[in-house]
Design a protein around this ligand. Structure first.
Ligand SMILES: [Zn+2]
Length: 214
């Protein structure tokens, strides 16, 4: 897949934000803009990307603190799963829980419709519901419209060698394991996985070596 992926992560959460774009049309999407939003907006400007949507894998604080700045700069709609709206609207309280002062974010524009893949340029985004880390968690499977190959943007559902925590409001360990096994592990071994924290991995590596899943 020739889709372009730019990523950035900054203190204190070191949460990966992604700018994914079509090399031909220069249309793109922004995934989970947090505190690294300045770098992602710089990348979008440098690469002259027309960002068509702000796609959220879930609404934990560290994944949405940059949504307001992204929306103001790009005028792109914000997409979220309806099941995470309570978290999104509770961002100030989430911050307080962890000892951070965070700003409320602009309202969500659209809720995902699972039968309708999202499109940008020559690419499609399949929205896969993967609850467990939180009730409205989704993974985004992005690939060329002309091919079945996808790269996965999994938020905090799956990490290299680990899985998302399930001790926060709405977390469900059994559901998380089921989401990974039944949704993510359906993809072939060579599928690249871009996580919300830490390095990229592949479905094959996690299938073989992830201690929570072997
Ligand atoms: Zn999270």
């Amino acid at each position: 897949m020739a889709v372009r992926v730019r990523t950035a992560a900054v203190a204190p959460f070191f949460k990966n934000g992604y700018l994914v774009s079509c090399e031909t049309t220069r249309e793109g999407v922004l995934i989970d803009p947090g505190d690294e939003i300045g770098e992602l907006l710089d990348a979008a400007r440098t690469d002259r990307i027309d960002v068509r949507a702000i796609l959220l894998t879930h609404a934990h604080m560290d994944h949405i603190t940059g949504v307001g700045r992204a929306k103001a700069a790009l005028e792109a709609p914000i997409w979220l799963d309806r099941g995470d709206l309570f978290l999104y609207n509770d961002i100030v309280e989430q911050g307080r829980m962890f000892g951070f002062e965070v700003e409320p974010q602009p309202p969500v524009d659209n809720f995902y419709e699972y039968r309708t893949p999202f499109r940008f340029g020559n690419y499609v985004v399949d929205i896969l519901p993967t609850p467990g880390h939180c009730p409205g968690g989704v993974c985004l499977a992005i690939g060329a419209a002309s091919s079945a190959a996808r790269e996965l943007f999994v938020g905090d559902t799956l990490f290299a060698g680990s899985i998302g925590r399930t001790d926060l409001p709405g977390g469900d360990y059994e559901a998380l394991i089921r989401s990974i096994r039944e949704v993510l592990f359906r993809f072939p071994d060579e599928t690249i996985v871009h996580s919300g924290h830490g390095p990229d991995t592949t479905i094959g590596d996690e299938r073989r070596t992830n201690p929570f899943l072997t």
